[in-house]
Design a protein around this ligand. Structure first.
Ligand code: SAH
Length: 241
């Protein structure tokens, strides 16, 4: 039997383990999807891979699933952070959803000199990442970190982490990912206003920086995020071996 519905549960998954559902999950499975005892769901928790879960109790406010067998092992995404300046609500949601599908391991909202919004709803964004992981078959949910200043992030930049700096000022210049090597990476995408001259100078000077152009047109930040993830994944990520 193929199992279509996938649920993230923050509980250990192993043969015979019973997993209890939240009120929202019960509503979704039994109210929206019309499932019942005897039905099956795919479960993952970001650690133990994907499990076949049989519905053994179904109620209005809760329910219980029993883990039968592991269907897929845990597949970790590559060690890639997506650092991005938050933009308008729906476009930021889009970035989080797409970055999860594209296999980023960590999503880091950064406040830059020209960032439009000074606050983010971290929990809401995390819930979006979780939903995207459920939908796209991932066995891992990327962490959405708290908003941090770009300057602070760069002050603490890890020596071994390379940075794909997407600079709109490099329109159409050759990308330098061809010479890049695998390992820990991050992508940086700026806000609608782009990067300030001071930020650009600092990012160009950063030893780990690879300045990359995303072509001869200026992309909106959400498009740029997906384009950058595609480039990176096809050159250095888990699309190739
Ligand atoms: N207002 C800016 C554009 C910002 S686009 C201007 O007119 O110059 C938002 C972000 O997307 C940029 O900061 C950059 O990180 C990325 N981006 C968009 N188009 C790009 C391109 N052609 N090359 C590299 N990065 C790009």
């Amino acid at each position: 039997m193929t199992v279509k519905t996938r649920l993230f549960v923050d509980q250990p998954l192993a043969e015979g383990n019973r997993v209890s559902l939240t009120r929202e999950q019960a509503h979704y499975l039994f109210g929206v999807m019309r499932m019942a005892v005897g039905g099956a769901v795919a479960l993952f928790n970001g650690r133990d891979g994907e499990w076949h879960g049989d519905i053994v109790e179904a109620g209005k406010r809760g329910g219980v699933l029993e883990c039968a067998a592991q269907m897929r092992p845990l597949h970790m995404p590559p060690d890639l952070w997506l650092c991005f300046a938050p933009i308008k609500k729906t476009r930021t949601d889009f970035i989080v959803e797409k970055a999860t599908e594209m296999g980023a391991a960590k999503l880091c909202p950064v406040q830059t000199d020209f960032t439009n919004s000074e606050r983010i709803k971290q929990e809401r964004l995390q819930a979006h990442a979780l939903e995207a992981a459920e939908q796209c078959g991932a066995t891992y949910v990327p962490e959405v970190t708290a908003l941090q200043k770009l300057g602070t992030l760069l002050d603490r930049w890890p020596t071994e982490r390379q940075l794909m700096f997407c600079d709109e000022a490099e329109l159409g210049a050759a990308t330098s990912l061809a010479r890049a090597t695998r390992g820990p990476w991050a992508i940086l995408i700026g806000p609608e206003g782009g990067f300030s001259p001071a930020e650009r100078a600092r990012l160009h000077a950063l030893e780990q920086s690879h300045v990359v152009s995303l072509g001869p047109r200026i992309l909106r930040a959400d498009t740029a995020a997906v384009a950058a993830l595609t480039l990176w994944q096809s050159a250095l990520g888990d699309w190739t071996t």
